[in-house]
Write a protein that binds this ligand. Structure first.
Ligand SMILES: Nc1ncnc2c1ncn2[C@@H]1O[C@H](COP(=O)(O)OP(=O)(O)OP(=O)(O)O)[C@@H](O)[C@H]1O
Length: 616
């Protein structure tokens, strides 16, 4: 029984699957070896078949899975591709939309600009009402007897252009007269040449060497050149020559004349130009070879009786501000029956929005064709265009960008808190020896500064529109003569004034219009000398003004202080092309937010005339 026990032990199933109640666990039926072998074989066979089947099945499953995976992969790839395409499409769409919106921004701005420009364009031509009403349109410039010397006449256009290039003179127009590099070749009478030489005016400046021959030829001119570049001589000399020619032909008697007028935007500028003309005319008459030419100053605030001695003779030249001139013409104190020369200094100001009616009114007193000359250091493109339409075959003479700063001025811009300005001003005055000009936009501030300086022992005079004519004249006279070291001035009152050797200009409050800044710093660095301009800015200075200033400094190659560097140009963010404002020439803004236009609109609405155009 031993083996069976052994066998049982050996064959005992460790865990019976089925077990009925009462069944004996230890029972193990006997299976013969041969049968067991048979069973094993059969089992093995069936395992093999199953394994094969399973393997096949597994393979099928793998294949299926792989197919599914591949399909999935393909689908995913397809989706990815589709997504990419979609994304790309979306991106392109978004880009296009962004561009479109950008375009819309700049388009919007351009549309606004175009509208404003259209409004400016629609202004009536600069001509007299009579001319406009009768449709009189002159097509040919006035004829004069002046001819350049033969060697100049024989120069080719290329040779002329070479000379212009040498002096950076840009010209535009038809049949432009040649530039002349020497005063003597301009056939200027000797006494005047001698006088100029005695005053260190030996050779013409660029605006003079192209401007004077052009004006001598009878041509209408738009002359643009930086501050202190000698524009006054360029437009006064041709009028003196014209008057001389007329007087020589047939001497003027009482009640006759003038031959020409020079119109200025301020009394001070008119006075200064008048003094220049008188000096040059006296120089001409000195020696007795040439006749005495008479000049009348016609500005508000002075009694015309003082000049009765001029009125009692023939009158050749009138230097005037618009208001008083209109008054005199209306009262028939003199006529423009023989007047054929009209020059406007600071012309952009004179024909600017709101002011051109006075000019048109003055033009209506002319009885015949005139030669018209417009000169300024600042002349925005649109004003040029407007003026050009109103002139007869005009010649544009341009030295440097209109509205650019004089490169002989070192421009320093400093951040000074409002409350620290006065104290810092004293420190600033130490930068250079006198004379110094301080500008402020505000009349009360001008008075405050002068008072403060006087308290501190600084010899200062003040000038602004609310001062009487005597006070204004006294201030200029004492400052010019060197009796006073400092002149405190409101911007408008001192435009175009030519003081001797101003060392330093301090701009106490930055003007809103960058053109005014250009004119103000231009009181120094004149006739080839150098000067310094210090400008105070702070939080009260509008960002747009600072941006204009930043670009102007960059253009002039000046140091841009860090607080200006950080000012962003909103137009740059829209990717627009940064071009200057065509109304005021400022480089930091477009026409739609031009401070000059805003100012003009405001002025128009208030129908108020500034004292700078005063003369009433
Ligand atoms: N050819 C010259 N050579 C040297 N100095 C000159 C010459 N012409 C004029 N000047 C002097 O240059 C100074 C500036 O001239 P002017 O006042 O005519 O300048 P401007 O161009 O009218 O300036 P602004 O635009 O500020 O009115 C004057 O003192 C003048 O005597």
């Amino acid at each position: 029984m031993e083996p069976s026990t052994k066998r049982r032990r050996f064959q005992r199933s460790p865990s019976p699957v089925y077990k009925l109640d009462g069944e004996d666990d230890s029972y193990d039926p006997y299976i013969p070896v041969a049968q067991r072998r048979q069973q094993k074989l059969a089992k093995l066979k069936s395992w093999g078949a199953n394994a094969e089947q399973r393997a096949r099945k597994e393979q099928d499953e793998i294949d299926e899975r792989e197919d599914a995976q591949r399909e999935e992969e393909l689908l995913r790839e397809k989706a990815r591709k589709e997504r990419t395409l979609l994304l790309e499409a979306q991106e392109v769409h978004m880009k296009k939309a962004a561009e479109a919106s950008k375009k819309t921004e700049s388009e919007k701005a351009e549309e606004a600009d175009a509208e404003i420009l259209e409004a400016i364009k629609s202004r009536r031509k600069l001509a007299s009402d009579m001319e406009l009403a009768k449709g009189i349109q002159y097509t040919e410039p006035l004829k004069t007897s002046w001819r350049p010397p033969r060697y100049v006449r024989e120069r080719s256009e290329e040779q002329n252009q070479k000379i212009r290039d040498k002096y950076h003179i840009l010209v535009d127009g038809e049949d432009i007269p040649p530039p002349i590099e020497h005063f003597v070749d301009m056939k200027i009478p000797e006494p005047i040449l001698d006088f100029l030489k005695a005053n260190r005016i030996v050779s013409p400046t660029p605006i003079q060497l192209q401007g004077i021959p052009t004006a001598f030829s009878g041509r209408d001119i738009i002359g643009i050149a930086f501050t202190g570049s000698g524009k006054t001589l360029a437009f006064c000399l041709p009028l003196i020559m014209l008057a001389l020619e007329e007087e020589t032909k047939l001497p003027f008697v009482r009640g006759e004349g003038p031959v020409g007028i020079i119109l200025c935007p301020s009394r001070e500028l008119a006075n200064q130009t008048y003094e220049n003309v008188v000096t040059w005319c006296s120089a001409l008459a000195k020696g007795g070879k040439y006749p005495q030419l008479n000049t009348l100053l016609c500005i508000g605030g002075i009694s015309m009786n003082e000049q009765s001695h001029v009125m009692s003779k023939g009158l050749h030249i009138v230097v005037a501000t618009p208001g008083r001139l209109i008054d005199m013409l209306e009262k028939k104190r003199f006529t423009f029956n023989n007047c054929k020369y009209l020059c406007m200094d600071e012309a952009d100001r004179m024909i600017d929005l709101g002011f051109e009616d006075d000019v048109r009114n003055i033009m209506s007193f002319f009885k015949r064709q005139r030669q018209t000359l417009l000169f300024s250091a600042t002349m925005p493109r649109k004003i040029q265009d407007f003026a050009q339409e109103s002139l007869i075959r005009p010649v544009l003479v341009n030295v440097g960008r209109a509205g650019a700063a004089n490169l002989d001025v070192l421009q320093v811009v400093e951040y000074v808190k409002q409350e620290a300005k006065m104290v810092y001003l004293l420190e600033c005055l130490q930068k250079t020896p006198p004379p110094v000009i301080i500008f402020s936009e505000n009349k009360n501030e001008v008075d405050d500064i002068q008072e403060y300086l006087l308290l501190k022992g600084v010899e200062a005079v003040a000038i602004h529109g609310s001062k009487t004519q005597e006070e204004r004249q006294y201030a200029i006279k004492s400052f010019k003569s060197g009796a006073k070291d400092v002149m405190v001035a409101s911007g408008v009152a001192s435009k175009g004034l030519d003081f001797n050797d101003i060392q330093h200009v301090i701009i106490f409050s930055m003007p809103k219009e960058i053109e005014d800044y250009v004119h103000q710093i231009g009181r120094t660095g004149r006739s080839g000398k150098t000067g310094i301009a210090t400008t105070f800015v702070n939080m009260n200075t509008p960002e747009q003004t600072l941006l204009d200033l930043k670009y102007l400094l960059m253009e002039a190659g000046q140091k841009v202080p860090p607080f200006l560097t950080t000012i962003e140009d909103p137009r740059a963010a829209h990717g627009g092309i940064l071009k200057g404002c065509s109304v005021c020439g400022g480089l930091g803004h477009g026409i739609s937010n031009c401070p000059k236009l805003e100012d003009a609109k405001r002025r128009e609405m208030a129908s108020h005339r500034g004292d700078d155009l005063g003369g009433y």
